[in-house]
Design a protein around this ligand. Sequence first.
Ligand code: URA
Length: 432
Amino acid sequence: YSFKNIITRKKEGKELAKPEIKWMVDAFLSGEVTDYQMAAFLASVYFKGMTPRETADLTGICFESGKTYDLSSIKGWKADKHSTGGVGDKISFIFSPLVASYGIKVAKLSGRALGSTGGTIDKLESIPGWKAELSEKEFIDVVEKTGLSIIGASANIAPADKKIYALRDAVEMVDSIPLIAASVMSKKLVIDADSIVLDVKVGSGAFMKDVPTAIALSKAMVEIGKAYNRKVVALITDMDKPLGRTIGNAIEIKEAWETLNGGGSHDVIEVSATAVAITLVKAGLFKTLDEAKASVMNKLKTGEAAHYLSDMIIAQGGDWSVMNNYDKNFSTKHHIEIKAEQDGYLKFVDAQQLGFLAIELGAGRKSKEDHMDHAAGIYLNKISDEKVKKGDVVMTLLTNKTPETNWDKMARTTFILVDKPFAEKTIKEIIE
Ligand code: URA
């Protein structure tokens, strides 16, 4: 194959054959194709797009470039779930135990915090002793024993995507639908799950800022799923507001635990229950989404799925007893209350800024080596659309750091108080 021929045809908007795409990616990985040549190729894709077939081929080439997991020894339906990243997103800790309680297995690879969004692995590491790195055999053993396992995505997952992504980032070519879809799915398909629910976040705290783009991305990812015989359903969910009442690490695990035990806020319950219900219908356990959802809501009320979360954490070495005395084990030196200066209904306007504020408080890393304070974070005394009176505490900043004078201002830029309730839906669309 020739680089010139491939790029000329892509520039003309022609469809490339799989061997041509594979040659490009392999030659880029080996160094035969240079960064500037690959950048030119990515720019051609950026402007001319890729057909669903090309996008699926690129996805396969990327996931086959690294480690894949063979879970065929695990019997029955295997379900996965993935979020494109949000603020206060603890859905995986509720989804996975619920699904497991129906006998469906969840073997999940998760990531760390990125930008303003938290990371599933960082949150689980709040529990002392919990191990994110398991061998493939240990991973399968935990799934067999507890119904679920969550481990960290190792460096050898889709290395082709890593190298391509770094180049896209350097040349401002990230925001291309086929390239994002292939990138996200290449990291999901390394696990051979039968069904995948994608939680595509949209809004001020998300990578996707508007609904039409989120729909286009969701459709592209669902198509890739079909090409690989996976049942993929995408939820498009609101990230103009943070999810639930907490932003941080240990505090999000606590909120997930409370939700699994009959508590929780309506938005977290809605997203979790819908993602689980979709999985149950795909697995053939229920005929309709409504029936499945009713069953899930009942499990939340009785708390019968909760122990699946603690069982998994204990099986991966975690000392779950710390959660029994949460206030002692995760106390912070400072509790800074942000009080409303007028009456109104709470409307978040900058969820991303809330994510950055949580990092300032110690709940995230500013550089790779930074220490993460698992107890730090934000408690939302009021959530979106809730009625607030002047003087009410809207949120509480939890930190062990010396308080900075700009935190109050930073917190206040994230919300406004409006005259009327606005009843914004958390789930905006379901794409399949
Ligand atoms: N997240 C990814 O994993 N890949 C992209 O291309 C964009 C966001």
